[in-house]
Design a protein around this ligand. Sequence first.
Ligand code: COA
Length: 168
Amino acid sequence: MPSSLSPKTPSESEINMTELVIPNDSNILGNVLGGRVMHWMDLAAATAAHRHCNSICVTASIEGMSFFHPIRLGQLAHLRARVVFVGRTSLMVKVIIHSEDMDTGERLKTTEAYLMFVCLGKDGRPRQVPPLNLETQEEREEHARAEQIRKRRLEMIKSQDPFGQETG
Ligand SMILES: CC(C)(COP(=O)(O)OP(=O)(O)OC[C@H]1O[C@@H](n2cnc3c(N)ncnc32)[C@H](O)[C@@H]1OP(=O)(O)O)[C@@H](O)C(=O)NCCC(=O)NCCS
């Protein structure tokens, strides 16, 4: 049986999730609400992170959230989430959404984001995550991109008040 720190590939963590956009998900324009999209992304990404670590992971930050096109009422939203980078106790998951118009079959890339998670042990403390085994050139490029995004985030955190006591 593999140990909990055996390396895993990005595809081993991959989660595919499909949502049908219903009226309760949409705004008065008939487009899905941004907050609903973010909720779906968080769920898909947290599941991919959990699958990679075999342990609960909490969302630490969300980077590069881009909405390229709206997803319309009655369309499908296909989410794909996979781990693209791991640190010591943190990991990054990229989520991409494609819409599908079921009348025409047209698919569009509508949304993407990088979500950082911290893996927690049973004691609630950050716990080491399994290494990531990169197999393809695309995975190596994605990993390098994610590393830059993480670096920028950590620099930003470092330059802020670490105890969140800013009043301004
Ligand atoms: C995320 C959390 C566990 C980090 O705890 P912490 O005591 O700051 O942890 P550490 O300083 O030991 O850092 C642990 C790792 O997280 C990373 N990290 C911490 N805060 C981060 C942030 N805001 N963004 C990205 N990475 C972060 C660190 O770089 C470190 O990574 P590494 O081990 O891979 O090098 C803590 O801030 C927390 O519980 N936040 C609330 C999470 C939450 O409620 N999410 C929403 C619901 S799931």
